[in-house]
Design a protein around this ligand. Structure first.
Ligand code: 5GP
Ligand code: MN
Length: 342
């Protein structure tokens, strides 16, 4: 993997950073480890450079990321609508991380668009749709955190990568690769992780803080979903599962409780493609898709669920009922049957 960037893009990023002082960082709805990791890492780098920085999110993020350095400077639109609007007026630079489309920031999108400020994107999703002043779009990268590391080095900001930054970057690489299960079959990602550990990152501490944090309810919810809510469709080498509003009530569902569930059926030898449907009281059904090998989860998400993502890990939404979402999925399987049979 060759993490070299266009000289012009790097110069443009450096100029935008040098010329602006009030910076907003944003990332996607339902932020994950890569989103929070890259945002807090960059915020810490910019703060050391003397910038005023806030991380603006559309909604809250899981409790198990709240140990990370810099999360105190996160404002979420659902909880802090007024300060966010004020900050968007005051900011002079917007940096979008781990998103290829501004719609991934949900209700923040119109506020950013109306503000019309200078912007930078650093992202690893397929098909960049943001018209920024400088953009690094690198779908081959394991994670935005790994990509951000290379961008920081290319910009000459390596001296700002302290232990806090290293911890945040490590978290995003670890979570987005499923603890190095996928998207990590090249040497650079290990070189970067090695450097981060060399800076004092305690790998065991981070894994413990993120992975060993189940409540009893979450543990039982996982068992229930795998046992009762998973449907195997052997004729398609596929399966799907769902989390209903009733399940959420029964197990006192907290944000992040279903993290990782969609990956679990992938351990079945004959399964190539799996979906998780999550119902919401308000709003569309959230769809998470995972595939193995050559089956394109991203195209499936785009074609049937208004979404996208990576080749083997994608997501989207269904604007209707859970039952309808499952019908759409099954019809999609029939259409893609040839690709699933091989
Ligand atoms: P997850 O299933 O973990 O929510 O998301 C898996 C991948 O799909 C992530 O890379 C995420 O960015 C992408 N993704 C999830 N939901 C959506 C969506 O609604 N739209 C798009 N374009 N991508 C999504
Ligand atoms: Mn990511």
């Amino acid at each position: 993997m060759n993490f070299t960037f266009e000289k012009q893009t790097i110069e443009c990023i450096k100029k935008l950073v040098a010329e602006n002082t009030t910076v907003a960082i944003t990332t996607h709805y339902n932020s994950d480890g890569d989103a929070i990791g890259s945002s807090t890492a960059l915020a810490e780098v910019l703060r050391q450079m003397g910038k005023t920085v806030k991380i603006l999110l559309p909604n809250d993020y899981p409790q198990f990321f709240k140990w990370m350095h810099g999360v105190d400077d996160i404002l979420t639109l659902d909880r802090h609508p007024k300060p966010i609007r004020k900050y968007i007026n005051e900011m002079d630079l917007l940096i979008c991380l781990d998103i290829n489309d501004l719609s991934r920031t949900e209700d923040l999108q119109p506020l950013f668009e109306q503000a019309g400020k200078k912007s930078i994107v650093v992202d690893h999703h397929i098909n960049l749709q943001i018209n920024a002043d400088a953009a690094v779009s690198f779908p081959e990268a394991s994670s935005t955190c790994e990509l951000l590391y290379h961008v920081l080095v290319a910009c000459g900001y390596e001296k700002y990568i302290n232990k806090h930054v290293a911890e945040s970057l490590y978290t995003g690489i670890m979570t987005d690769t499923g603890r190095l299960d996928y998207s990590s079959n090249y040497s650079e990602v290990y070189n970067v992780m090695g450097k981060l550990v060399g800076m004092g990152v305690n790998k065991m501490f981070i894994h413990d803080k993120i992975n060993n944090v189940y409540s009893y309810d979450r543990f039982r919810l996982q068992s229930k979903i795998m046992k009762d809510n998973f449907v195997y469709l052997p004729e398609y080498h596929a399966g799907y599962m769902m989390i209903t509003n009733q399940d959420k009530k029964d197990f006192h569902f907290q944000l992040g409780d279903s993290e990782g569930f969609v990956n679990m059926p992938l351990c079945m030898k004959d399964l190539k493609f799996v979906a998780l449907f999550t119902e919401y009281e308000k709003g569309p059904v959230k769809v998470s898709l995972r595939s193995k090998g050559k089956f394109p989860a991203s195209s499936f998400a785009t074609e049937f669920f208004n979404g996208g993502g990576h080749f083997n890990a994608a997501g989207g939404k269904h604007f209707g009922t859970l039952t309808e979402a499952i019908e759409v999925f099954k019809n999609g399987l029939e259409k893609y049957k040839d690709k699933l049979e091989k």
